[in-house]
Design a protein around this ligand. Structure first.
Ligand code: SAM
Length: 221
C-alpha cells in the first residue's frame, strides 16, 4: 500500500496491542506512505532541532524526516514489525545512527526523560483510551518544549477503513479540554481542523480532516 491512511480495522481484534499491531503490519509489506505526515511538516519545520520523541512512530517516516532536519529522535511503537521496518528505512536514508527505536506498550511505558518535541500522529488505538495515551505524550515534554498531536477529526474520517469506534477519535478542542492543557503549565499555539485530500487503498482520492493541536509547555507539572 502506498497511501498514507490510518484506518484501523485490525484495531478491533482482541489481543494485546503488540499482537494486534504486529498482525496488522505483517499483513502488508508497507502500511503507510513513507512520507512524513503533512501536519508534522507544517508545524515542525520552523522549530529549532533538539531531542524529539515520536510516539506511535509506526514505520518511521516522521522520525526519519525529523532526524534529517537535525533532531535526535526516539521513535517508540508497540509493534516490533513496524520498528524493524522503520530501522531499515532509516538505514536506507542514512539516518540509522540518529534515531533510537524503542519497542514499548504505552499501557506500561513510563517516560524516564523529557523531550523538546513530542509528536503523536494518528495514535488511535482501542487498546487504551486516547486521553491516557495523549497524557503520556504531554508528560514527556520538557519545559519550553512542544507537544504536537494530530489525529483524524471525528467529523472528517476517511471513507475507507472501519471506524466502528467513534470514541477513539478526537478534535483538537477535545484534547485541550481533556488532558487538560491550561495555563500556567501550557500555552496552546494551534487548535485546528484542517481539510485535505488523500489517496486511499483503492487508488481513489477522498477528503478527510485532521485535528491538529500544538502547545508549548511553560512550566513543569
Ligand atoms: C495509525 S498508526 C500511525 C503511525 C505513524 N504515526 C503514522 O502517522 O504513520 C498508529 C501507531 O500507533 C502504534 N500503537 C498503537 N497502540 C500503541 C500502544 N499501546 N503503545 C505503543 N504504540 C502503539 C501502532 O503500532 C501504530 O504504529
Amino acid at each position: 500500500m502506498t497511501t498514507h491512511s490510518h484506518e484501523h480495522a485490525a484495531d478491533q481484534a482482541p489481543g494485546t496491542a503488540a499482537q494486534v499491531w504486529d498482525e496488522k503490519y505483517s499483513g502488508r509489506t508497507r502500511m503507510w506512505s513513507g512520507e512524513p505526515n503533512p501536519q508534522l511538516v507544517a508545524e515542525a519545520t520552523d522549530l529549532p532541532p533538539g531531542e524529539a520523541l515520536d510516539l506511535g512512530c509506526g514505520e518511521g517516516a516522521d522520525a526519519i524526516w525529523l532526524a534529517a532536519r537535525g533532531w535526535a529522535v526516539t521513535g517508540l511503537d508497540v509493534s516490533a514489525v513496524a520498528l524493524e521496518r522503520a530501522a531499515a528505512h532509516a538505514r536506507d536514508r542514512g539516518q540509522g545512527a540518529t534515531i533510537t527505536w524503542v519497542q514499548q506498550d504505552l499501557a506500561t511505558w513510563v517516560p524516564d526523560r523529557l523531550f523538546d518535541l513530542v509528536s503523536a500522529q494518528f495514535l488511535h488505538s482501542t487498546q487504551m483510551p486516547w486521553q491516557q495515551a495523549l497524557q503520556l505524550a504531554a508528560g514527556a515534554v520538557r519545559t519550553g518544549g512542544t507537544l504536537l498531536i494530530v489525529g483524524h477529526h471525528p467529523d472528517g474520517l476517511p471513507p475507507w477503513g472501519a471506524h466502528h469506534t467513534p470514541e477513539k477519535f478526537f478534535t483538537a478542542e477535545d484534547i485541550a479540554r481533556e488532558l487538560p492543557l491550561e495555563e500556567p503549565q501550557w500555552r496552546v499555539d494551534v487548535l485546528d481542523s484542517r481539510h485535505r485530500s488523500m489517496v486511499g487503498p483503492d487508488g481513489g482520492t477522498a477528503p478527510l480532516t485532521d485535528a491538529v493541536l500544538r502547545a508549548t509547555r511553560l512550566a513543569a507539572q
